[in-house]
Each structure stands twice: as C-alpha cells, then as structure tokens.
Design a protein around this ligand. Structure first.
Ligand SMILES: NCc1[nH]cc(CCC(=O)O)c1CC(=O)O
Length: 313
C-alpha cells in the first residue's frame, strides 16, 4: 500500500505500520491504540499481521518460557524495520531491557483486576469445585481464599478456557478483566476480584508501545498516547518483579495506584500451595515509583519471599 514512499520524519500522512499478532485480543488492542494515535496526531496507522512461532506451535511457547516468544517476534520486526511499532500487554513484557528497543508509551490502563468466570461468585461455588488457571499467582491466591477448591492447571487462550466452563469440564476459570473486555466476553464474569482478595500481575490491564530507540520522531509521536499516572504505577509494580528476578509466571501479585497525589503500592508473594503469603504495602511520592517498588521488594525479601517462591508442591 505505502510501498516505495519515504518514511522519514517529514513524511506526514504515510501510515505508520503497527505490527500485531493476529489473535482477537491482540488485534483489538492494537486497533484501539491505532485509533487513539490517529485521533491525537492525525497520522494514519495500518495494522500489519505477524505470525509468530508461538502462534504456530503451542509446545514451543511452553518450551521458550511462555509469552516471551510473541514479544520477541514483534521486536525482531521492529528492529529490522518491517514494522514501526508494536502494542503488547505490558504484563507479558520481561522486566529486562532489550538493546535497541524503547518503551515509547503506556496508554491509560484498563481495569487491572482478575475476574472469576463462572455463573456464580467465588463464595457460592460448591466445596471441591474445579477451578482452572495456569498462573501460579492466581493459583496461590485462590487456594488462600478457598482452600477446599480443586485448582486445576490449564493452558490456552481465553476462549478455550471459557469453553471449559461452558461445556462443564470446569466450574470456573480466572482471567484478566481487561482481556475479557477486549474480546467481548464480559458476560462470562461472575465476580470481579477486589485487589484485597487477589492482587493482579504487575502491569495487568496496561498496554505497552514499543519502537526502535533511535527513532526520536516516532518516540515523540507515540508519546502522545502515554498516560503518566499509568506509567508511574506500572513502573512501581514492575520494579518489584525486577528485584525479585521473577517473571509473569511467578506467584507475585502487585497493585499500585495514585490517590491524593501519593502512590500506593501493595505486593504479595505466595507459596505455590497458598499455605503462606507475604503481603506488604508502602506509599510514597509518585515520581519515586521505581524506588518505591525496589524498597518494597527488599522488604518482601527480608521476610523470606525468595524462599517462598522457591517452594513448589
Ligand atoms: N498472559 C496472557 C495474557 N496477557 C494479557 C492478558 C489480558 C490482558 C491484560 O492482562 O492486560 C492475558 C490473559 C489473562 O491473563 O487473562
């Protein structure tokens, strides 16, 4: 479509190429960001579907350490110049920096909470009900809330998981509210967990725009959809993960939000069996988000967080 045209900083009107996975969740969140960018800057944005190895082989996703395989494929396309930028679910991004890649913007966050997908609330599930999740964080917190439940490890995309409830294989599954909203499946929600009951994954509900770090023109343009309060909150949350040297598959829950110009941060580290949980809170100046997270992580470690995370049943 735009073949052969100059893509330099002066090329106003040339569509930006947004590399995206082809799943419904990915294309929905990419299109939302595309529309917002065009609305704010007048610049057209076209979606470029990218098939990753992870989309082709489910076994490979597990083998390569989860969602990182999707992230890496999109980053490769950015570095090679095939696409200009990508939109990721922030919680799927590793905390380590990637040479040549910049986090250009974090748009305003959606609901960060987890949701119980069942015809009833958690308290109304019968004793011993089967509840599916692949996340050690959700597993541990569910077991702490309802030790009598049978927590079943499952895989697959949100639709596959929801189908297990509809067809009666499971009584419930737990998924991110934000993802369910993006794929239009909020009707499946029986209860949205309060953060007092279940702390979300660091960055849950937030999106991340990435582009090449040497594209200063693009960094400025993408920066128009950045939400500073979201960035501060997810910075605090992710700095906990970084200190704990944990990823999205660790039993670590966090939630940060600004209230009355203070940043409040709560984090939990749980044993895999939910038998023990350390949960701590702190608040501080929003501009010191990273330090707030680091200090809280140090306090978690001082109370034995690394030992807890190392225990598996
Ligand atoms: N790891 C999969 C994943 N990555 C982002 C979302 C949902 C959207 C979000 O949390 O921002 C999901 C599904 C889920 O956890 O239910």
């Amino acid at each position: 479509m735009s073949e052969g045209l100059s893509r330099g900083p002066g090329a106003a009107g040339v569509p930006l190429r947004l590399g995206t996975r082809k799943s419904l969740m990915a294309t929905t969140q990419s299109q939302r960001v595309a529309d917002l960018l065009t609305e704010r800057t007048g610049r057209p944005v076209e979606l470029v579907g990218v098939t990753t190895q992870g989309d082709v082989s489910k076994a490979l996703v597990a083998q390569m350490g989860g969602t990182g395989v999707f992230v890496n494929a999109l980053r490769d396309k950015i570095l090679s110049g095939e696409v200009d930028f990508a939109v990721h679910s922030l919680k799927d991004l590793p905390t380590s920096e990637t040479p040549g890649i910049a986090l250009a913007a974090t748009p305003r966050r959606d609901d960060p909470r987890d949701a119980l997908c069942a015809p009833v609330k958690l308290a109304d599930l019968p004793r011993g009900a089967r509840i599916g999740t692949g996340s050690p964080r959700r597993m541990a917190q569910l077991r702490a809330l309802r030790p009598d439940l049978d927590v079943v490890p499952i895989r697959g995309n949100a639709d596959t998981r929801l189908a297990k409830v509809t067809d009666g294989e499971l009584d419930a599954v737990v998924l991110a509210h934000a993802g369910l909203k993006r794929i239009g499946r909020l009707e499946a929600v029986g209860e949205v967990f309060d953060t007092d009951q279940m702390l979300p994954a660091p960055g849950q509900g937030a999106l991340a725009l990435e582009c090449r770090s040497d594209r200063t023109d693009l960094l400025e343009l993408l920066g128009t959809v950045d939400d500073a309060a979201t960035r501060r909150a997810v910075t605090a949350e992710r700095s906990i993960l970084a200190v704990l040297e944990a990823g999205c598959s660790a039993p670590v829950g966090t939630y940060a939000a600004e209230i009355d110009e203070k940043l409040h941060l709560t984090a939990t580290v749980a044993a895999y069996d939910g038998s023990r949980q350390i949960r701590l809170s702190a608040s501080g100046h929003p501009d010191a988000a990273e330090q707030l997270g680091r200090d809280l992580a140090d306090r978690l470690l001082a109370q034995g967080a690394d030992q807890l995370m190392g225990e598996r049943d």
